[in-house]
Each structure stands twice: as C-alpha cells, then as structure tokens.
Design a protein around this ligand. Structure first.
Ligand code: F6R
Length: 247
C-alpha cells in the first residue's frame, strides 16, 4: 500500500483523474468500480472535461458502482443512479450496456446482489477500484464489523452514516439499508485508489493506515494488505499521520 499526500482537494482530484485516464489509455476496455459522494466530484469533473476536449474516450470501458440505497428506484433524486448519471455517466461516451449500478428497488434484493457479483466476475473482475472513505472507516457501505470475506449483499447502515447522508432525503429520513459490493470483491480489484479529503477524514485515515492492526472494525484497513493500493489524501485528510509517511 502506498500513501500520497497532495496539497489540497484540487490537486487530489487532478491526480485521481490522471490515474483513471492513464489506466484507460493503457487498457480502453478496463473495468472500473466507482464511488459516489462528495469526494470524487472533482475527479469526475476533470474526467468529463478530458472527454469533452477529445482527449479521452470511455466507450469501451465497463463501469460498476459500489453501492445503492435499498428501496430507491433509479429515478429517485437521492439515488446513486441519478448521482452517477448527472455527474459522470450521462456526460461521457459510456456505453449504457456496460454501466452497472445495483438496483435498490429490486423485488428480490438478495438475487440482485448475486446477479451483480456475477456480472463483475463475467466482466473479468475489476481493473481499478476508486473509493472514498467514511468518517467511521467504511468503504462502499461496508460499515465497521463487515467481514473481509464479504461479497455484494444487503447491509444495514451505521447510524452515523445515516446522519451524514440524511440531508439528501426529505425530513432527513435516509434509508436504513443498502446494497454494497463487499470487501473481498473490492480487495480483489487489481488496483485500488482510495480518495480522502478534509480534516473530518483524518481520524479514519489514520485508523485505516497507521493505527493498530488491520481489523474488520476499520474496514478500510484491509487495504494495507493490497499489493497495488494507494491512499490519495489531501493535507487535511493526512494530518493525523505524522511526518514520515507522505511521499
Ligand atoms: C459512496 C461510498 C461511500 C463514500 C463515503 C465517503 O458510494 O461508497 O463509502 O465513499 O461515505 O463519502 P464522501 O465522499 O461524501 O465523504
């Protein structure tokens, strides 16, 4: 696992977009596993700009998203389907047949999870997984305590996660459950890039990267064992790491 500390959010976003662009130029048919949330917005903006300038095509790539709220149809304004359409997939030359987001409104959510996991396998596995990190150390919606061997499944969201995400929902009622790609599936990605920005992530980043043991209590700590994992941080997110670690 590597750690790179960039001066600020803009530099973080620029670097993340450059990594994604480079991997797609090396392998235009790459399979990507992608996050939603606030952190990756700058990266998506830059990737869209690269596409608009004619410098990058996504036409042959395959996309999977990490998670979706259980019960939300794909046109719900707080759904990750809408987020991804508005911030990325709808703004680039992605092939709709190769864009995958879990269906939160599936009649049989367990079957949907199996279908999603099989689709990742059939695509040949993930070449590059981009992640954010929750303040409690979650990745995807793998909350503290999630098994490292977990696959795509229905999970209960931590109360703290529900509070952070409540603003996106009417009367602050955010869903209690979600579908998430599991930790084993994330770990099997051939490359993982975790993005963290801001002082409110510093504690989670330190717990994931330097404090204590690798533990299911801090899901992101599993990435310490990843042969090609990188934590891409801005200075605020890296502020609890101490001096020696940044390159
Ligand atoms: C979202 C996801 C979550 C977020 C995390 C950080 O698809 O998988 O793990 O990456 O909650 O969210 P932000 O970037 O909004 O701080």
């Amino acid at each position: 696992m590597k750690i790179r500390v960039l001066p600020d959010y803009d530099a973080l976003s620029e670097t993340a977009a450059a990594v994604v662009a480079e991997r797609l130029r090396e392998k235009p048919s790459a399979v990507l596993l992608l996050p939603t949330g606030t952190t990756p917005l700058g990266m998506y903006r830059r990737l869209v700009a690269l596409h608009r300038s004619g410098a990058l095509s996504f036409a042959r790539a395959t996309f999977f998203n990490l998670d979706e709220y259980l019960g939300l149809p794909p046109d719900h304004p707080a759904s990750y389907h809408v987020y991804m359409r508005e911030n990325f997939y709808g703004l680039i030359d992605s092939d709709p047949a190769r864009v995958h987001v879990p269906r939160g409104d599936a009649l049989d959510p367990e079957a949907e999870c199996l279908r999603y996991e099989a689709a990742i396998r059939e695509a040949g596995g993930i070449d590059l997984c981009v992640l954010g990190i929750g303040r409690n150390g979650h990745i995807g919606f793998n909350e503290p305590g999630a098994p490292f061997v977990s696959r795509t499944r229905v999970v209960r969201l931590a109360e703290s996660t529900r509070r952070v995400n409540a603003a996106d929902f009417e009367a602050d009622r955010s869903p209690e459950r979600a579908i998430t790609v599991g930790l084993a599936t994330i770990f099997e990605a051939r490359e993982v890039l975790l993005l963290a920005s801001g002082a409110n992530k510093a504690g989670a980043v330190a717990a994931a990267v330097v404090e204590g043991e690798v533990s299911e209590n801090i899901p992101a700590s599993v990435l310490r064992r990843h042969p090609k994992g990188t934590f891409l941080l801005d200075e605020d997110a890296g502020s609890d790491l101490g001096g020696g670690l940044a390159d």
